[in-house]
Structure formats: structure tokens, C-alpha cells
Design a protein around this ligand. Structure first.
Ligand SMILES: Cc1ncc(C[n+]2csc(CCOP(=O)(O)OP(=O)(O)O)c2C)c(N)n1
Length: 368
């Protein structure tokens, strides 16, 4: 090499700058939208707890309080055409999937205008048009269904992705292991997400799982996996994006674990006496909602007035959702058997992942 040749100027790594202010590369309006959704979930859930106390909501009711950063981060990685399956702790997921708060609240109130026409209530939110394919009450029940949806997508060769959320306690069920095995073997476009809020009801992960680092369970199936801090919305979103991208472009599954903290008891009727006060205080100190707000204010993305206006607007939106639910009619008795079967007419497609296959199956049975 000639000695007088000038060496090209060395590019400065962008890494140290990003570390100084990781928000610098983010679009401000997107960050505000994330905060808005977290705040909507927070107020929606707090008011839901209140409505339960006032006997407006029947049955069980599990809240997402404390898990907002995880939920918003996960959903930020999905396209509207992607499918979502969850367990019973799903109100926040429905909101983040874009379903109107009024329709979610009306479902909790058991009203006809609810997402599942009042027949499901909390734990059974379902909206095929939003591609939220359920809220499931049976621990792990959603995993085979989500895996089947991913198989249908792979079979048809389309590029949608399935996300399947579950709690830490769910990972000791047989369905979890059977489905992970098949998803890797059959190369299915699915992201399994464990929301590790450290407890399955009142049992700690350590007391229930021989391998408490739950993301490591993917090793048994040679599946890609990652653990992320569930209180860090952007970290969750980025990890979820990597997983969704792997599913969409390579048709490969991922196991994602988001460590989180459940602010209240397992359900609204659980006083959570099994937790030490210090543990709860530690968790509350890391509350992701005020932390994200403070971060946006410090970065100049939002000012105090803007944040307060946004919060007041959300407050009104939640109040309207409650009014809508309150004024909505109950489902009619004549409709008792409506939606009891998957399709009102045998083999009629409903736009679900497997429908075209079912509709064109040569051995399909005609029901007269
Ligand atoms: C098959 C089955 N067994 C038991 C239950 C009762 N149950 C409901 S939630 C739960 C604990 C689940 O914990 P986890 O998966 O960690 O979810 P989290 O509620 O913490 O989000 C149990 C045992 C159930 N609903 N279904």
C-alpha cells in the first residue's frame, strides 16, 4: 500500500451517543402514543377494579396493573394483520390491539355491545376482526390453539405472525412443551411470550420450576430465546421485533421472557397476603408507567402540561367507556345459542388463519 495514501476517516461509533440518550433515535409522537396506551391501560384497569367492587362485573377478573410496559412493547412489534392469543389477564392486550375501550368494558359488564357480545366476560375477550383470538381461562389452553393458527399460516404460506402470551406458571404444563417442540420441528411463525410476574397465583417461580430462568427452556427444543426486562417498554419492543421478524421472514418460532411485576393479587379478590411488604414496595418503586413518563419529560418529548392534558383526555375516554358499558343492553335470551358453534353455517369462512383450508377441504361435511 502506498504510504502517501490517506486512510479513510474513521467513522465514529453511534453507540456511546445512543447510550447517553436512547430516546434520541425514537420518533417523539410514537413515544407519546406508547405513553398514552400505557396510561389508558393503567386507568382502565384501576377503574375496572372499582367496577368489580361495585358489582358491575361478575365472575373472575385479572388485571394487567404493573405489566403495561410489557404489553405495549409487545404489541408495538405486531402488525394489524398478526394474531394474538392470551391467557385470562388480557384486558390491556385487547386495548393495545386497538379494540375500543367501550367494547372491552361492555364485555366485562356482560353486555351485548361487548367484544364477545357479553357471552365471555373478563377472561374471554375475542375479536376476530382485530385478530385477537382469545383470552383463555384454562392455564395453557391458548398454547395449542395459537400453535395451530401458526401451522395454518405456514401451510398457506402467508406472512402473518402469531403471538402467544402466557404466565410463568403456565410453562410447567404439558401443552407448553409439546407445542414448543412442534413449533420448532415444523418451523412455525410464532412468538411465545412468557410474562414472568414471578408468581403463579401465590407460588413463586423458584418453588414451581426446576429451571427458573424460563427462557432457557427453549434450549430443549433448539429454539431461539431471549429474556428482557418487562419494565423497559423499548427493550421489550425491540426483543419482540427481533422475534416477530424471525417468524415473518424465516418462519421460525421464538420463546421470549419478559420479567415483570404484578402490582396486585392474582385476581381482584386476592389480597395477596403471601407477599412481603418490602417486596411489594420494591416492585412499586419500579412502576413502569411513571418511569416512562419521567423519561419522556426528561428527554423533552413531553412537558408537564402536555402530559397532564393527555392524562385528562384518557380519563374522559375511560369514563365514556364505563358509561357506554352501563347503558348497553344485556344479551337477549333468544340469542342464547348464537356463537355456540365456530361458524353459524358449516365451513363458512370467518377470516381466521385456518378457514380457507377448512372451506376447501374435500371431505368437509355438509350440515343440513
Ligand atoms: C388447567 C388449569 N389449572 C389450574 C387453573 C387455576 N389457575 C388459574 S391461574 C393459575 C396460575 C397461573 O399463573 P401464571 O401462568 O404465572 O399466570 P399469571 O396469573 O401470573 O399471569 C392457576 C393455577 C386453571 N385456570 N387452569
Amino acid at each position: 500500500m502506498a504510504t502517501d495514501e490517506k486512510a479513510p476517516p474513521r467513522r465514529r461509533s453511534r453507540k456511546p451517543q445512543r447510550a447517553a440518550d436512547a430516546l434520541a433515535d425514537e420518533k417523539p409522537d410514537v413515544l407519546v402514543d406508547y405513553y398514552r396506551m400505557m396510561w389508558l391501560m393503567r386507568r382502565f384497569e384501576e377503574r375496572t377494579g372499582e367496577m368489580y367492587q361495585r358489582a358491575k362485573i361478575g365472575g373472575y377478573c385479572h388485571l394487567n396493573l404493573g405489566e403495561e410496559a410489557t404489553v405495549v412493547g409487545l404489541l408495538a412489534a405486531l402488525e394489524p394483520r398478526d394474531y394474538l392469543f392470551t391467557n385470562y389477564r388480557e384486558h390491556g392486550y385487547a386495548l393495545a390491539k386497538g379494540i375500543e375501550p367501550g367494547r372491552v368494558m361492555a364485555e366485562l359488564f356482560g353486555r351485548q355491545t361487548g367484544v364477545s357480545h357479553g357471552r365471555g366476560g373478563s377472561m374471554h375477550l375475542f375479536d376476530a376482526s382485530a385478530r385477537l383470538l382469545g383470552g383463555y381461562a384454562i392455564v395453557g389452553g391458548q398454547i395449542p390453539l395459537a400453535t395451530g393458527a401458526a401451522q395454518a399460516i405456514a401451510y398457506r404460506g402467508s406472512d402473518e405472525v402469531v403471538m402467544c402470551q402466557m404466565g410463568d406458571g403456565t410453562t410447567n404444563t404439558g401443552a407448553f412443551h409439546e407445542c414448543l417442540n412442534l413449533a420448532q420441528l415444523w418451523k412455525l411463525p410464532i412468538v411465545y411470550v412468557i410474562v414472568n410476574n414471578l408468581l403463579g397465583m401465590g407460588t413463586t417461580v423458584e418453588a414451581a420450576s426446576a429451571e427458573p430462568e424460563l427462557y432457557q427452556r427453549a434450549c430443549a427444543y433448539r429454539m431461539a430465546s431471549e429474556r428482557v426486562d418487562g419494565n423497559d417498554l423499548l427493550a421489550v419492543r425491540d426483543a419482540a421485533r427481533r422475534a416477530v421478524d424471525r417468524a415473518r421472514t424465516e418462519s421460525l418460532p421464538t420463546l421470549l421472557e419478559a420479567t415483570s411485576f404484578r402490582m396486585r393479587g392474582h385476581s381482584v379478590v386476592d389480597p395477596a397476603r403471601y407477599r412481603a411488604n418490602e417486596e411489594v414496595e420494591r416492585g412499586r418503586a419500579r412502576d413502569p408507567v411513571p418511569a416512562f413518563r419521567a423519561r419522556l419529560v426528561a428527554a423533552g418529548v413531553l412537558d408537564e402540561t402536555g402530559a397532564a392534558e393527555l392524562e385528562a383526555e384518557v380519563e374522559r375516554e375511560v369514563a365514556q367507556a364505563i358509561d357506554f358499558a352501563d347503558q348497553s343492553p344485556d344479551p337477549s335470551v333468544e340469542d342464547l345459542f348464537a356463537d355456540a358453534y365456530a361458524t353459524p353455517v358449516a365451513n363458512e369462512p370467518r377470516g381466521l388463519p385456518g378457514d380457507p383450508v377448512v372451506a376447501s377441504a374435500p371431505h368437509s361435511v355438509e350440515v343440513m
